[in-house]
Design a protein around this ligand. Structure first.
Ligand SMILES: Cc1cc2nc3c(=O)[nH]c(=O)nc-3n(C[C@H](O)[C@H](O)[C@H](O)COP(=O)(O)OP(=O)(O)OC[C@H]3O[C@@H](n4cnc5c(N)ncnc54)[C@H](O)[C@@H]3O)c2cc1C
Length: 501
């Protein structure tokens, strides 16, 4: 997809989707400049460095490494010359209030043993589940999420009848898991991924068994230096290709005239002209806070933003802990007794769940350099509803309450992590996530992935209202998560090239 003349494209935001779009556009022959509001690119995948500890602010589970390999291969490079990936094995452990534990592994034999322990005799069902999820994964990546398709009929029409049945998009994720597993613990563990997609296993499509499958089939990884090591590698590639990256340069508005983009106005008052702009800022934030358009278009963009269903927010804790923390692996998900009620609280009830599900990561368990010798870097992620569902929340009080509940749960699981051992703490509430990165309504993962926000029904990567305005990132196609936004970066570049022809 190479152009013959050099046109310039301006990119608002240097998150992973923006960087991927920049690389693919540069490879297609565009001159590309990225304007990033913060001191560092990476967006949600950012970095906190303090007292010899290094924390990734957002993503901590890296899967589908092939997506990143493809990004570098597109530029004739090898990912592994830029980023060293360390395997995380076993991958994720789940712990319930009743003391049950379950650990995922990319070693099928160990996975079968774990399932057998929770559900004796489950081996044939587990193998059938894996075969089914593998087929779903292949269909999803070969036919559903890897290209721009705007028409739902063409999208599903690309699948044969048996492939369409195989997607299980009409069945819930929980319904799909019930076909294979009797153990509630197995179903809850494999269904818990729904939280990050903005739904519950009872509402999101059965297709999403591909998440747990993908993690097992392709493994979980930690780049050396943490997830930010990956951001650094991608940034290095972008700079080598001649992409201009300007940090500490917040964009005030995307300027339009007569329904067309004309350029960017920065907070420092400078204007940068271009007829092509890619916004990597959350789509609804872009449409409601950055696009400067006439009253009719602005009203239409606002209505579209208000209709968008978002994934939950998160409260994230970054703890520099004195000494080692026993009994806690790299990735652990703690699930409450009343799992369904937690989803209801989050998605429908507008309250911080009474039984708190949460995730704890100890990246220094895999890369010792992320904490001072003998100490431990601990990251805790607690999902909470989006800000509009929690009006008037006193976040200081909420953080105090959530911290106490997390520590109490850890203590019940014999994990010796008391408040006294925390040398320092940083906390991001959804308000902070919104302020730092422009996350709409404080939603952590962008637009939700319910049936009406999938594929061609999801907010598209180009604006129908404003010519020359494009989107990259978690709230547009194909969706959220590091691999997805990197795939999306290629797709928006392909879109721009096809429009330019
Ligand atoms: C807490 C948390 C945990 C997560 N865990 C995982 C995980 O384990 N695995 C996984 O794969 N994914 C995870 N995700 C999701 C993943 O981080 C995101 O899907 C992905 O990083 C989003 O990338 P993006 O391209 O949408 O850009 P963003 O990260 O949203 O970046 C947008 C950029 O735009 C910049 N910006 C905003 N406003 C302006 C402006 N006015 N001018 C200039 N720049 C601006 C921001 O500063 C930011 O750098 C997690 C997300 C969060 C928040």
């Amino acid at each position: 997809m190479k152009l013959t003349t050099e046109k310039n494209v301006l990119i608002v935001g240097g998150g992973l989707g923006g960087l991927s779009a920049a690389i693919h556009l540069r490879l297609a022959g565009f001159a590309v400049s990225v304007y990033e509001a913060n001191a560092r690119v990476g967006g949600r995948a950012n970095l906190i460095e303090r007292d010899g500890f290094r924390f990734d602010t957002g993503p901590s589970l890296l899967n589908y490494p092939w997506v990143f390999e493809q990004l570098f291969a597109a530029a004739g490079r090898n990912l592994h010359d830029y980023v060293k990936l360390l395997p995380v094995e076993p991958s994720v452990s789940f712990q319930w209030e009743d003391g049950t534990r379950f650990t995922l592994s990319s070693d099928l034999r160990k996975f079968l043993e774990e399932c057998e322990r929770l559900e004796p005799g489950s081996r044939p069902a587990v193998l059938a589940f894996m075969r089914d999820a593998e087929a779903k994964y292949r269909i999803a990546f070969e036919k559903m999420v890897s290209r721009n398709v705007d028409n739902p009929v063409r999208w599903l029409g690309a699948l044969g009848a048996s492939e369409l049945r195989r997607t299980s998009i009409w069945r819930s994720l929980d319904g799909q898991l019930r076909r294979y597993f009797k153990s509630r613990h197995l179903r809850e563990a494999l269904g818990s991924y729904a939280m990050y997609l903005g739904g519950s296993p009872y509402t999101l499509p059965g297709m999403f068994t591909i998440l747990s499958y993908g993690e097992m089939a392709y493994g979980l990884w930690l780049p050396e230096g943490g997830i930010y090591g990956l951001v650094r590698g991608i940034t290095k590639l972008a700079v080598e290709l001649g992409i201009e990256i300007h940090t500490n340069r917040p964009v005030r508005q995307i300027v339009t005239e007569a329904g067309r983009v004309t350029g960017l106005e920065l907070h420092d008052g400078t204007f940068h002209a271009s007829s092509l702009v890619v916004s990597n800022v959350d789509v609804p934030t872009t449409d409601t806070s950055l696009v400067n358009a006439d009253a009719r278009v602005s009203a239409s963009l606002r209505r579209k933003a208000e209709r968008t269903r978002m994934t939950p927010g998160v409260v994230t804790f970054y703890w520099g802990v004195r000494g080692e923390v026993g009994n806690l692996g790299h990735h652990t998900i703690f699930l409450p007794d009343d799992y369904r009620a937690a989803f209801d609280d989050l998605m429908k009830g507008g309250r911080i769940p009474r039984g708190l599900p949460f995730y704890v990561s100890v990246p220094s368990a895999t890369d010792r350099a992320l904490a001072p010798a003998g100490d431990t870097a601990v990251f805790v992620l607690v999902p909470v509803p989006v800000l509009s569902e929690l009006p008037g929340t006193d976040w200081d009080a909420a953080v105090t309450d959530v911290r106490a509940r997390v520590l109490a749960t850890l203590a019940r699981h014999d994990i010796e992590l008391t408040a006294e051992r925390i040398r320092f703490e940083e906390v991001y509430t959804p308000v902070e996530w919104r302020r730092r990165f422009g996350l709409y309504d404080g939603s952590a993962f962008g637009a939700a992935h319910n049936l009406l926000q999938l594929g061609p029904l999801r907010s598209k990567n180009f604006s129908k209202e404003i010519a020359g305005l494009y989107y990259a990132g978690a709230s547009t196609t194909p969706g959220t998560g590091m691999p997805m936004v990197v795939l999306g970066g290629r797709q928006v570049a392909e879109r721009i090239v096809s429009h330019a022809r």
